[in-house]
Design a protein around this ligand. Structure first.
Ligand code: CO
Length: 136
């Protein structure tokens, strides 16, 4: 079994303030500080729930990977699911062996939690962009 916990569900939106208003203002959830991830072209906030987290994503910079998604979904929407794995390099090896493509360079990068992450293409995964994060 490659997958462990659901780490987070990510929602992309044009303005993080709208997400703060809803999750903190209306739902009363506790939220993290904003974290800018220029390497990923996004600014993130995490909404902390008991059983998982919600990652709110706002575009950062001109070539943000979520810009096209927001053109197609102007009011925002669910962008990806993040599952935890034990060993990201073993997971990549297994997926590649089975003919699946890891997005980008195929080499894990540091994600919002400072841990290695990769992304898998929605075309090969039932229309869902999947992020794998190594959590030991
Ligand atoms: Co994520």
């Amino acid at each position: 079994m490659m997958l462990k916990r659901l780490n987070h569900i990510a929602i992309a939106l044009n303005n993080l303030d709208d997400g703060i208003n809803i999750y903190k203002g209306i739902f009363g959830a506790s939220i993290s500080d904003r974290v800018a991830l220029p390497e990923h072209g996004v600014t993130t906030i995490f909404v902390k729930l008991k059983n998982t987290n919600i990652e709110l994503l706002e575009p950062l910079g001109k070539n943000s990977p979520i810009s096209n998604f927001l053109i197609k979904n102007p009011s925002g929407g669910i962008h990806h699911l993040c599952y935890e794995v034990n060993d990201i390099n073993k997971s990549i090896e297994k997926l590649k062996r089975k003919g699946y493509t890891v997005l980008g360079s195929g080499i894990p990068r540091k994600g919002a939690h400072g841990k290695p992450v990769i992304f898998l293409h929605p075309k090969q995964f039932i229309g869902t962009l999947i992020e794998l994060e190594e959590v030991k």
